[in-house]
Design a protein around this ligand. Structure first.
Ligand code: NAD
Ligand code: UDP
Length: 323
């Protein structure tokens, strides 16, 4: 069935790929974005399509649309981006959630929240299962994002319990791929850019902290399956790749795949940087029949290819970052 679907943050890294997939399926797609961390180029190829519309709008302000489904992705996602204006980040998560939930309630639309593994903070439970309540520093530099996303989950659950809004919550673990902002300061974009330019590769701390990297296409596939899942799946669902790597291993793999002569240099570990992260994806496997297909080597190869194809001069560093 063809649906009218709103994607907030639809011009971003994940949002633009989601819009592309939904447009290809024939849905009527409305992409809403304020372009804080993205650019119109990400969706320029969709602009001529009769089933695609682009709206410049900030989710912290109400918006009146009639839709069947909402994917709420609007929020800066990289530490350098979300810490640039932390109060705005919190407003985007909280006011943004209230505005789109109000729309979902009025339209009786199904609505999905892009939450994050950051709700687990610096986890003491490993791998992280959805019932783990997390270890977040509520007053640290990452709190604007972590606590904003936690509050958004609360709002989603309360709109469901109080108003019967049909909700989905996806907890996304580190995802990478083509169309990441090359200056977002995230580890994959930093390392690939640095390797290709022959600049030193910046390892924060000793590089022994771990992350589990999911390729964009796998992630968006999981997100679409969650939206299509049965209506009783109202609890958060982890989506990510359970293969865990140290940040040093990631750097070594990027150097090998790019053939770069860049050297590794150490920089201080940012405050509250999680020491380990790996999703338990049993729930997604069981309820969505989902698991990732693209492993790090293949995904990095595709991402490096994309980074080689772009002209970095077209990308303005939107915020200062540490690299
Ligand atoms: P991104 O920065 O590329 O995309 C976010 C988009 O939201 C951008 O286009 C940005 O301009 C837009 N935006 C920000 N504030 C807005 C506002 N107030 N009003 C309207 N638009 C606004 O990041 P991404 O990686 O594509 O992340 C998409 C979503 O997924 C985010 O909600 C993020 O928190 C979540 N997520 C991503 C990851 C990941 O590893 N990529 C991990 C966990 C969660
Ligand atoms: N990191 C790094 N060098 C960089 C950028 C990041 O060593 O140039 C580290 C960072 O300290 C963290 C990991 O890589 O331990 C992942 O960082 P990212 O900002 O990509 O995501 P998050 O910390 O939100 O998982």
């Amino acid at each position: 069935m063809i649906k009218r679907i709103l994607v907030t943050g639809g011009a971003g890294f994940l949002g633009s790929h989601l819009c592309e997939r939904l447009v290809a399926l024939g849905h009527d797609v409305i992409c809403l974005d304020n372009f804080f961390t993205s650019q119109k180029e990400n969706v320029a190829h969709l602009l001529g399509r009769p089933n695609f519309e682009l709206i410049r709008h900030d989710v912290t302000h109400p918006c009146w649309l009639e839709v069947d489904e909402i994917f709420n992705l609007a929020c800066p996602a990289a530490p350098g981006h979300y810490q640039y204006n932390p109060i705005k980040t919190m407003k985007t998560s909280v006011l943004g959630a209230i505005n789109v939930l109000g729309m979902a309630k009025r339209c009786r639309a199904k609505i999905l929240q892009a939450s994050t593994s950051e709700v687990y903070g610096d986890p003491e439970v490993h791998p992280q299962t959805e019932d783990y309540r997390g270890c977040v520093n509520p007053i640290g530099p990452r709190a604007c994002y972590d606590e904003g996303k936690r509050a958004a989950e609360t709002l989603f659950m309360d709109y469901h319990r109080s108003n019967k809004v049909n909700i989905r919550i996806i907890r996304i673990f580190n995802t990478y791929g083509p169309r990441m902002h090359p200056y977002d300061g995230r580890v994959v974009s930093n390392f690939i850019r640095q390797a290709l330019l022959g600049e030193p590769i910046t390892l924060f701390g000793d590089g022994s902290q771990t992350r589990s990297f999911c390729y964009r296409d796998d992630l968006v596939d999981g997100m679409m399956r969650l939206m299509a899942a049965e209506d009783d799946l109202v609890t958060p669902v982890n989506i990510g790749n359970p293969h865990e790597f140290t940040i040093r291993q990631l750097a070594e793999q990027v150097i090998e795949l790019t053939g770069s002569r860049s050297e590794l240099v150490h920089r201080p570990l940012p405050q509250d940087d999680p020491t380990q992260r790996r999703p338990d994806i049993s729930l997604a496997r069981r309820r969505l029949g989902w698991e990732p297909k693209i492993e790090l080597r293949e995904g990095l190869t595709k991402t490096i290819e994309w980074f080689r194809s772009i002209d970095l001069r077209h990308y303005r560093p939107p915020t200062p970052n540490f690299a």
